[in-house]
Design a protein around this ligand. Structure first.
Ligand code: NAG
Ligand code: NAG
Ligand code: NAG
Ligand code: NAG
Ligand code: NAG
Ligand code: NAG
Length: 772
């Protein structure tokens, strides 16, 4: 029987191999000139033109067309971009390249997810300012691209909400355990996309996923409720973080677009969702996902965001969780709001007492009692020579060595909670999760399945040394609940950093927002540790990532959208950036868990931490038009075809012939990134121009205050801007000049700022000068 089974599996495997080599088609995302898409059947006509068998050729041509079936279109894109995704063989791709109106084709790929107390921390108070009844009354629709939603969750109830506005064109798609009745006046749309995903990852496994907008991972319900969940009193996870759980713009409607599945989110599905969301009528799009960074003309999320922005949709994306290494930021196009992640003042401390008297603080969301003082085992003493035992990988721990003890496990290789699961399975009583030097003092609080705590690098070192040097090392862990008052914000080490590789002439990320230990909605069928074996059912969970900070900013953008109805997307972004702050609750510069100096800089937090209240009244804004963005793309030396991908058509207007007229630093961005060539023969200097629009008080006099980056002089002309009316635009020039001729050894970045201050307002832009 066993042999037969094995043979069957082998046969199955080789059959799949044969079938995939037989059909050499792959999925591509194809951008087409809009001018060629006027007839209703344009996409079919293009497919017809590339799939006609060529009988004039040799026999080989015939065989080819027999081998490659007619290309199958997955999605047609018409709102946020112009084109389609399609399955093609290499020959078909070659023919497509010659079709009139073809602009580009990129491989489909899987992107990944960038895996509440925060309103109070952000200064949002009931009945006041942005949270006043009048501002919360208007209809703002937030679209969430994620893992779906748990529609019955208390955060998504619609009691008291007015009817859905007639402008809404979305729909509530049914599927497994999800029907049109799953939507309501809060959750006004729900769709799911998996054609691209199934091409890459194979069929969705229905025993672990719902083939519908229903969330089986938790991530999507969490992000949706962070942006717009209704207030829920006495929310908590096992009593941790108890309080009112409420989304940033809690009266907004939600439209859910499920694009992420077990192994990731396919570009072609994401584009289909963005395209549909724009057509459906969302005001804000929130994407807590991303891929590797590539030029904007090949970055499909950047392209679709450009189209969405042109239609007035605010697009907010997570910066990524690849910090603290520099140049790891993703979603860095200048028209996207790129959000970093930081701590709030809330923590979940533990106390770890070693047998040698040393005491350390860790963090955990374990909900039970303290352990007794118990023996520690680590690496070889926990599993002999088993592979990966230092990391507590599956099956590596030896129950005879671990039973009744506390196991120290290194971070990495498997999930933090999976290590605890392994220790528990082997009969261990507790776990210490050890940071490496790379992770420094960053502490994650996780809902472990046994008494467990994370420990920073210093404590971890002490534990390793003690466990290795003492004959009978012991430890105990106790849990201190929820504590407020840590210096905050502080930047998370995991938060991805600039400078952006593809657009170093713009500071990225743009801002930071709460992204560590965030409490929000959770599906009752997913354990809080995300382990399959964890059958604890919770209504709220606490998780971390730029995935969590992004929907905070999406919700705040929705607040500004209603408070300032006629502002452009760029104006909202500018307001959030120029009012962001860089000083923490202890009146000290914001710190960074990932930096060796301990201090954060604009490549970590951009302009700083968002301040919704101040953003609603910024005084001045830096506006940016579509033409401005195109000029910026010209400055990156994009070809006419590459530019056409963004606007959907080859325009008659091409880039200025004189390159000096398209200087990337002239984009009217609310921050300044200056690139100096360290091999320059002369002292490098650049002059950039900016234009500000008065949205504060009718009459206002603004004076400039400059903090010069080290080694750079900054000259602003004029130094005073006198406004006489609202809506008035005034320009200024700023010259950045190196103080000395650079040497080859000059590297790194230095930072400063330019602020325009009237009595009432201060409009601040960070400066980052990078020697490259
Ligand atoms: C999904 O629907 C099926 C059939 O109605 C039901 O048996 C199952 O419990 C549902 N699952 C969930 C998680 O709601
Ligand atoms: C689907 O998931 C279940 C549960 O993890 C697993 O046992 C099963 O093998 C999976 N099926 C396929 C086809 O991968
Ligand atoms: C565990 O011990 C082995 C043998 O001494 C060593 O090679 C390995 O690097 C250790 N692993 C860790 C994570 O310290
Ligand atoms: C433990 O100590 C031994 C010798 O005392 C040393 O060789 C080894 O590297 C140490 N291991 C760790 C993980 O510190
Ligand atoms: C925007 O609205 C405000 C007040 O609602 C008004 O004062 C201002 O003139 C408007 N601006 C534009 C450009 O329409
Ligand atoms: C664009 O081309 C100009 C002139 O060839 C060159 O000086 C500049 O560095 C190029 N810019 C980029 C971003 O490649």
């Amino acid at each position: 029987m066993v042999a037969t089974g094995a043979l069957f599996l082998l046969l199955l495997a080789s059959f799949q191999l044969i079938s995939s080599s037989f059909s050499d088609q792959r999925t591509y995302i194809v951008h087409i000139d809009k001018a060629k898409t006027e007839s209703e059947r344009w996409h079919e006509q293009i497919i017809d033109s590339i799939s006609e068998p060529s009988y004039s050729g040799t026999g080989a041509a015939k065989t080819q067309s027999a081998d490659s079936p007619r290309p199958e279109i997955l999605y047609v894109y018409e709102s946020a971009l112009s084109g389609f995704s399609v399955k093609l063989s290499e020959e078909q791709l070659e023919s497509l390249n010659k079709v009139d109106g073809f602009l580009s084709a990129t491989d489909d790929e899987l992107l990944s997810l960038h895996t509440t107390h925060s309103p109070g921390f952000l200064g949002l108070n009931s009945g006041e300012g942005l949270w006043s009844a009048s501002n919360l009354a208007s209809d703002v629709i937030i679209g969430i691209l994620d893992t779906g939603v748990w529609p019955e969750h208390v955060s998504f109830r619609d009691a008291g909400m007015p009817p859905v506005p007639p402008r809404w064109k979305g729909s509530c798609e049914s599927g497994t355990n999800f029907s049109a009745a799953s939507c309501n006046r809060k959750l006004i749309g729900a769709r799911y996309y998996l054609k691209g995903y199934e091409m890459i990852a194979g069929k969705v496994n229905e025993s672990v996923e719902f083939r519908s907008p229903r969330d089986r991972q938790g991530h999507g319900s969490h992000t949706a409720s962070t942006a717009a969940g209704r207030p829920v009193e006495k929310a908590s996870l096992f009593g941790f973080a108890k309080g009112s759980a409420v989304g940033m713009r809690y009266t907004s409607r939600l439209a859910i677009y499920k694009v992420c599945w077990q192994f990731g989110c396919a570009s072609s599905d994401i584009l289909a969702a963005m395209d549909q969301a724009v057509a459906d009528g969302v005001d804000v799009l929130s994407l807590s996902l991303g891929g590797s960074s590539k030029p904007f003309y090949a970055d499909n999320v950047a392209i679709a965001s450009f189209g969405a922005t042109q239609k007035g949709v605010f697009v907010s994306c997570s910066a990524g969780n690849s910090g603290p290494s520099s140049s790891t930021v993703s979603n860095a196009a200048p028209w996207i709001m790129t959000v970093a992640a930081s701590y709030t003042d809330r923590s979940f401390p533990t106390k770890v007492k070693l047998g040698n008297g040393l005491v350390f603080e860790g963090a955990s969301l374990y909900s039970g009692r303290a352990t007794r003082q118990l023996p520690i085992v680590y690496n070889t003493s926990a599993g002999g020579r088993a592979k990966g035992v230092g990391y507590c990988l599956t099956g590596s721990l030896d129950p005879s060595l671990v039973k009744g003890k506390i196991v120290a496990c290194e971070r990495g290789m498997n999930s933090r909670t999976a290590k605890g699961e392994q220790v528990k399975l082997a009969g261990g009583e507790g776990m210490l999760l050890l940071n490496s030097d790379r992770e420094k003092e960053e502490l994650f609080a996780d809902a472990h399945v046994l008494p467990a705590t994370s420990l920073g690098a210093t404590a971890a070192d002490a534990v390793r040394k003690y466990a290795n040097s003492s004959a009978n090392p012991t430890v105990s862990i106790s849990f201190q609940g929820t504590v407020y008052g840590s210096p905050a914000p502080a930047m998370a080490a995991f938060s991805s950093r600039g400078p952006s590789i593809v657009g170093p002439d713009v500071i990225k990320p743009d801002v930071t927002a709460p992204g560590v230990n965030v409490l929000a909605a959770w599906p009752p069928v997913v354990g809080p540790s995300l382990l399959k074996s964890d059958h604890r059912s919770v209504v709220f969970n606490i998780i971390s990532g730029t995935s969590m900070s992004c929907p905070h900013v999406s919700g705040i953008a929705a607040l500004l959208r209603s408070a300032r109805g006629n502002w452009s997307v760029a104006a909202i972004k500018s307001a959030l950036m120029t009012t962001a702050y860089t000083i923490d609750s202890k009146r000290a510069p914001i710190t960074d868990f990932g930096s060796s100096s301990g201090l954060a800089d604009p490549f970590t937090y951009g302009s700083g931490h968002v301040d919704p209240g101040r953003a609603s009244d910024p005084g001045l804004i830096y506006d940016i038009s579509t033409d401005d963005y195109l000029k910026y793309l010209c400055s990156l030396n994009y070809t006419t075809s590459q530019l056409a991908i963004f606007v959907g058509k080859r325009s008659h207007q091409t880039c200025p012939a004189n390159k000096a007229d398209a200087q990337s630093g002239d984009l009217n961005y609310p921050s300044f990134a200056v690139l100096f060539n360290r091999n320059a023969r002369r002292r490098p200097a650049f002059t950039y121009e900016r234009t500000v629009t008065n949205v504060g008080t009718a009459a206002g006099t603004y004076r400039v205050q400059v903090v010069e980056p080290k080694g750079v002089s900054v000259t602003v002309q004029p130094r005073t801007l006198v406004f006489k009316m609202l809506g008035e635009k005034l320009s200024y020039k700023v010259m950045f000049a190196a103080l000395k001729k650079p040497s080859r050894a000059t590297t790194g970045s230095t930072f400063g700022s330019i602020s325009w201050s009237s009595g009432k307002y201060s409009v601040r832009s960070p400066i980052a000068v990078t020697w490259g």
